[in-house]
Design a binder for this molecule. Structure first.
Ligand SMILES: [Zn+2]
Length: 166
């Protein structure tokens, strides 16, 4: 899109709107030192963050990719998490993959992944329950590693506990 014909007032308004989007984005991300950067805004039933921009909802890992690379992921590709935390938006935890790989991710997360798996794939609360529990802990305590590791451990199937009501 070219903006050559814009009046100064239109340019100023567009820049102000872009700044507001940036501020809204930043206000909903809490970065854990040395770890993930978690989205703490809206979270979908599949555990992904949801961000509104230009009048539509976008998945936050896709928005994070766009912010890191200046454009949306190419057609036919999907953005995957190397950390297996669906609500993570840290740019170096995001890689491009194929739709088939992403289906594998979803299938794996939808099943009992069994012990030994970290991240949302092995969480008895499911990806959404896990992401919401992480969000609640971060909003209440900030990026406190001790609190966060406790919240993550609650969903570990090896603990033999019932899923938390969320
Ligand atoms: Zn991550």
């Amino acid at each position: 899109m070219t903006h050559h014909s814009e009046t100064p007032a239109v340019t100023a308004r567009r820049r102000r709107q872009a700044l507001l989007v940036d501020q809204r984005w930043a206000a909903n991300v809490i970065e854990v030192p040395g770890g993930c950067a978690f989205w703490v805004g809206a979270i979908t039933t599949t555990g992904y963050g949801r961000f509104w921009r230009d009048g539509r909802a976008v998945a936050t890992h896709r928005e994070a990719w766009r912010r890191a690379h200046g454009d949306w992921p190419p057609p036919g590709t999907v953005v995957r998490h190397t950390c297996d935390e669906t609500s993570c938006v840290r740019r170096d935890h995001l890689i491009l993959g194929t739709a088939a790989q992403n289906t594998d991710d979803l299938m794996r997360r939808g099943r009992w992944a069994g012990p030994g798996r970290r991240g949302a794939g092995g969480d008895v609360r499911g990806p959404s329950g896990r992401a919401r529990a992480i969000r609640a802990a971060l909003l209440e305590h900030g990026p406190d590693l001790k609190v966060l590791s406790g919240v993550m451990a609650v969903g570990d199937p090896r603990r033999g506990q019932l899923p938390l009501p969320l």
